[in-house]
Write a protein that binds this ligand. Structure first.
Ligand code: RET
Length: 246
């Protein structure tokens, strides 16, 4: 009974001016559609590319499930679903690190590179979570620590070991790596912006306050689906299709 009331109130409230709820709704549909697209395309690729495209689909699928939860949470409480948000990220960001590793394996990427990047991303997310929840009165400090870990990832892929491997791989892999690097530098930078809109710190007097969820939802759509499409394109280009028409 009470569940039904929450649900009906939520649905009724979603429509007119709830742009946050709207981006959760569109986000969940976009993530579902992208997952179907990646999963259904799997068969057309050479074996060695299937894992990468499968991971693309897993990233958007995990996000889709979290978006369904987050949408309901928002509708019920009109409050940021910060916990689900970070659970989603803690699962999907390491998978995005895995994508870098998988495409660079042709050039001999070692597992230590993967673990290093996963370590940075966990530090980035745990400190960001603390800044948004437990220690929200020191949000700027925790955001700064998180930002350092973010730059460690940026450094690794743009200038560090990962970039050297990409150069060694050359061709389609190098090209895909470069585009992914831009996603991380520009697309991922939307997240700290959203964080600053949603928390109080020295930046609040400059930026003002805004909807952290709209920023995160837009960033997720761009980055998760965009990342997947880069990998998909790489797989298409690198698969030697020998179609036999019967
Ligand atoms: C699919 C989800 C992705 C790609 C999430 C990425 C999240 C970030 C790059 C978050 C970064 C943050 C900072 C750099 C500082 C402030 C706290 C965070 C966690 C929002």
């Amino acid at each position: 009974m009470s569940n039904f009331m929450i649900l009906s109130a939520g649905v009724a409230r979603l429509l007119p001016n709830d742009y946050v709820g709207f981006t959760f709704f569109v986000g969940s549909m976009a993530m579902m559609a992208a997952s179907a697209f990646f999963f259904l395309s799997l068969n057309q690729f050479d074996k060695k590319w299937r894992t990468s495209v499968l991971v693309s689909g897993l990233i958007t699928f995990i996000a889709a499930v979290h978006y369904f939860y987050m949408r309901d949470y928002w509708e019920a409480f009109q409050e940021s679903p910060t916990f689900f948000r970070y659970v989603d990220w803690v699962l999907t960001v390491p998978l995005m690190c895995l994508e870098f590793y998988l495409i660079l394996k042709v050039a001999g990427a070692k597992q230590s590179l993967l673990w290093k990047m996963i370590f940075y991303s966990i530090v980035m997310l745990v400190t960001g979570y603390l800044g948004e929840t437990v220690f929200s009165d020191q949000a700027a400090f925790w955001g700064f620590i998180s930002g350092l870990a973010y730059f460690a990832i940026v450094y690794e892929i743009w200038l560090g070991e990962a970039s050297k491997l990409a150069k060694a791989a050359g061709g389609n892999v190098l090209q895909a790596h470069k585009i992914l690097c831009w996603f991380v530098l520009v697309g991922w930078a939307i997240y700290p912006l959203g964080y600053m809109l949603g928390t109080d710190g020295w930046y609040t007097s400059v930026l003002g306050k805004g909807s952290v969820d709209v920023a995160y939802n837009i960033a997720d759509a761009i980055n998760k689906i965009g990342f997947g499409l880069v990998i998909y394109t790489l797989a298409v280009k690198s698969t030697t299709t020998t179609h036999v028409n019967v």
